[in-house]
Design a binder for this molecule. Sequence first.
Ligand SMILES: [Mg+2]
Length: 266
Amino acid sequence: MLGPALHSAADSRKVTRVTLFDEAPVRAILLDIEGTTTPVDFVTKTLFPYASRKLEAFLRENVKNAEVRALMQEFRAQRELDEQSGRKPPSWHDDSEEERLRSSAEYGQWLIARDSKCTPLKTLQGKIWQQGYASGELKGEVYPDVPVAFERWKRQGKRICIYSSGSALAQQLLFGSVATGDLTPHIAAFFDTQVGAKSEAQSYRKIAAAVSLETSHFLFLSDAKKEIEAARAAGVQTLLCERDVHSAAAGSTTQVIHDFNDIFPE
Ligand SMILES: [Mg+2]
């Protein structure tokens, strides 16, 4: 059900605001990052090339670390799956530690170039970005309306949650290092692919359960129609975020927004 619609010029200001969703049940706002809170370019032109560039050195420095070794094993298994499904990943050599390390780095770079969402890659990228943020080489980026909206929603008692295919660690680092200051105190929870794929309805049910809410208490914003459809199938209210006004979703059956200013304005 939609909120108050436009009536006539004689109506008071209170009813001239058209709402794109039913505001009453919303207690939490769930946000995608890439293309929603953050320009796609930051991810594709800053974060991905950084991880790709640093991957081999990172593996080399951490080759004794049990978790990193386990991630390399997961890479190997994942690579076999890729090969079985007809893709052409780089070859894998396992005869020495040096070969395994190089194979892991090459395969990881291949995954990054394909914008793979596989969990071991996302975990490794998160660790590499952590070093970049810690050294100040990387700084998180958000659209200008985002810090203002976070302040406003928090003041209104809404819980702000993030759901991105980037690891929860990477998400925290991004929001913790934006130019206007640390945004993480505004954020109640971070979710990544550990709860499942963003294109599956079940993931949204798990997220709701994790913060002890019903799916109907959530408003989800994303620039990806598949994610919007999955969230909706789980009973979540949704808005498609179109940051690039020129690419407006013509004929879209879903409600579209271009920034956060119209969501729970004051
Ligand atoms: Mg997105």
